[in-house]
Ligand binder design. Sequence first.
Ligand SMILES: O=C(O)C1=C[C@@H](OP(=O)(O)O)[C@@H](O)[C@H](O)C1
Ligand SMILES: C=C(OP(=O)(O)O)C(=O)O
Length: 445
Amino acid sequence: MPAMSRPLISRRAEPLTGRAKVPGDKSISHRALMFGALAVGESRIEGLLEGDDVLRTAQAMRALGAEVEKLEDGSWRLWGRGVGGLMEPADLLDLGNSGTGARLMMGLVATHPFTTFFTGDASLRSRPMKRVSEPLSRMGAKFVTREGGRLPAAVVGTTNPVPITYELPVASAQVKSAILLAGLNTPGETTVIEREATRDHTELMLRHFGANVTTTIREDGARVVTVTGFPELTGRTVIVPADPSSAAFPLVAALVVPGSTVTLVGIGMNPLRTGLFQTLREMGADIRTDNPRIEGGEEVADLVVTSSALRGVDVPAERAPSMIDEYPILAVAASFAAGTTRMFGLSELRVKESDRFTATMNGLRACGVEVEAEGDTLIVHGKGAPPPGGATIAVNLDHRIAMSFLVMGMAAAQPVAVDDAEAVDTSFPGFVELMNGLGSAIEGN
Ligand SMILES: O=C(O)C1=C[C@@H](OP(=O)(O)O)[C@@H](O)[C@H](O)C1
Ligand SMILES: C=C(OP(=O)(O)O)C(=O)O
């Protein structure tokens, strides 16, 4: 928990110009630490995101017995324990603000024969965990949780894991990953079926470490992902691309601040993560993809973004998993666009670090934007002009809400403030310095 709050205010920016490298991908960073801890021998990670969420995972993997060492900025070395070789942690694992850290690790320990206690900050303690405890219980683990399946929770790992086939009731890469990770120390084949494709970093990276993970497409289009138990994972090098979810903030900023051109280098372009870029292009955004290449097994590219007149569009529900963390910043972009943007299928936004559906709607309204909610659809009416701004937004421990409204302030008629930007460090340490380096005017308030 932050000891003190960090209020910030974002005033009208100069045209944003220059090249910037946003920090490493958060999803890939968590997984690199976890899989390195499970592999036999040494693993190296280059470009690790050193944000609070990922540092908590590094600490937790140490508590589970792996050697985890920072060499220099972004460059880490691990010495793993082998599949099934994790040790009972002597104390609570505190995953801070991180749903990914908590849920994936619950999967990892569910099939180890010891008990692990999990907790987190006020945000994480309010988030639903039944979505993982339910399938992991079917594999044999036992859970003692607070009311509603919330943290703190104890996971009593099973000595006798049972493989399952599980069809995901919600589109969630975290739930999919938790089950696949539990399946590593389980005999036979563990299968997860997802009707909507979610980010596949677990599948890609497990294969990179030597696991047998197959993905097939069922007749109805669902993806069937199967991991074979007891693989021999061996130490590897992971090169972490820049996080497309973090790139979203300078990218939208460059679109809405007139006269801007910004180059964002080495951005992860995994097709299951690029829904925002597609949507913004449909809105008329000038985003050029330069120098596409493969780095460390992941697609990356440089994005050259030039400020653009945007127009409202419909964003279909099927696209939600590929841009799930980007809706708050998309809604900010939509408030500058000419016409109405309808974002369908946003139920999962209500269970993130905060209720992002409500936070986005209320924040935009406070900034003078006309917004409506119809069930799980968020509707933003843009005027094709800068919205009024002039509000202070309550962040409620949600990094993406803080960054989205600071971007709003860069081009709104009046400045926009946030009550506490401390949470930004969970995913984007150096956000203010990077943005101000491009020309924004964010300062303490
Ligand atoms: O697997 C992951 O790394 C993540 C999956 C998504 O969560 P859900 O699985 O809850 O959709 C996303 O919101 C989160 O930021 C990271
Ligand atoms: C939802 C997010 O992360 P997590 O679930 O890991 O807390 C996010 O980073 O927007």
